[in-house]
Write a protein that binds this ligand. Structure first.
Ligand code: PNS
Length: 160
């Protein structure tokens, strides 16, 4: 039986840190759904359809990666898809509290599906979408932090 992981997030925008987690997840699972989910706490820079297009572009050569969008409860989606696990990346201790709460709540909502955490690779531990948006808005370079196509999209977004 094939195994499926869901990697949910805001992906606003997708960074090389996210790409790294997806690639490593493919070593553990047969398929990975990168799920653009909504966080009530965050106001987006890119629209859902822009983010979907970005992710499709970034993972176009990887047949085992599926991009999807879900406006509702993550665990409802995971149950429908019969996922084996939710994957999340952990950068620093500061991520832990939020991630621990979310994983515990998700486990409560659907006890059969666990969240597994992957430590971000050393070279990406400082990368966050929030900082990427800030640097892009101020015209800074993002080479080796986001995929080239995303750097291009950010430049277009903040073009004066
Ligand atoms: O990349 P982010 O913003 O840290 O991802 C957070 C996300 C989207 C994974 C989280 O907000 C989420 O799962 N949203 C879907 C709605 C949901 O199920 N909320 C309850 C979480 S306990």
């Amino acid at each position: 039986m094939s195994t499926l992981a869901i990697y949910p997030g805001s992906f606003d925008p997708v960074t090389l840190g996210h790409v790294d987690i997806v690639e490593r997840s493919l070593g553990l699972f047969d398929e990975v759904i990168v799920l653009i989910a909504e966080s009530s706490q965050k106001k987006g820079l890119f629209s859902i359809s822009e983010k979907k297009e970005h992710l499709q572009d970034v993972f176009k050569h990887e047949k085992r990666v599926i991009i999807d969008v879900w406006p509702g409860l993550l665990m409802e989606y995971a149950g429908k898809k019969k996922a084996n696990a939710i994957v999340r990346g952990l950068r620093a201790v500061s991520d832990f509290e939020y991630e621990f709460q979310m994983a515990a709540m998700n486990k409560r909502l659907r006890p059969s599906i666990d969240t597994i955490f992957m430590m971000t690779s050393e070279k990406y531990y400082f990368v966050s979408s929030h900082l990427v948006r800030e640097i892009a808005s101020l015209g800074g370079a993002l080479t080796d932090i986001v995929p080239p196509v995303i750097e291009k999209r950010l430049k277009e977004k903040f073009k004066k």
